[in-house]
Design a protein around this ligand. Sequence first.
Ligand SMILES: [Zn+2]
Length: 264
Amino acid sequence: MQKKPPTDAFLQCDGCKKTLFRNDFEQNLRVCPNCGKHHRLSARTRIEWTFDEGSFVEMDENLHSVDPLAFPDYAEKYGQAQAKTSEKDSMICGTAKLQGKTVAIAVSDFSFMGGSMGAVAGEKVARTLERAAEMGVPAIVFCASGGARMQEGLLSLMQMAKTTATVERCREAGVPYIAVFTDPTMAGVLASYASVADVILAEPKAMVGFAGLRVSKQAGVGKVPDDFQMAEYGVAHGMIDRIVHRKELPAVLTLLVETMGAGK
Ligand SMILES: [Zn+2]
């Protein structure tokens, strides 16, 4: 009897709907070989595929939300997200190396409640920027978020001011801060620490914007361009410096770290 291939040997690209061999897809860093769609990565996979092997040292890993507003169902959803992702919250941070050069990093995980920024994610970004300033090394933050976490209300919105203010610490210390927009980089994250980096890179076709398309239409903005809220639109309008294919990200980040100095 002929053996059937395991069902998970294939997957369908949600960009072009083509059926792909999972092996090819993985080999291609989860970029569709047909349409080039950069599929989302977990924060840990991102770290593994971007930085020197085994160089990541996680910090502040025990920070977790205390459900400050006792928001209905938040504790339950938070617990489910932790169980699903095996993460404490939506942001992972620490130090890692790029071709031997130390950098302070924070990486958002979209699969944890849409990468939303509550007090924990904000605190981790702020600590990463402070760590970079103290160590005299570059800060690199990977964004992947729908915005502020509504279940933490005003405390989430406060993270916008806190993280943005902390960027100044890097400026004072003369260390570069690089942000990488991945799909999606939206709302309160875009409107705070993400958009004030010294260099802003983005993955191809990452959704980048403040209000989503539906909300924008409801606000009566009328017809929007085809590439509305795409990273490419951000490049054309001076908001993003460069689009970088996932395969090239380690080399481009290494070049930036070496060129802008401040790497130990
Ligand atoms: Zn595709």
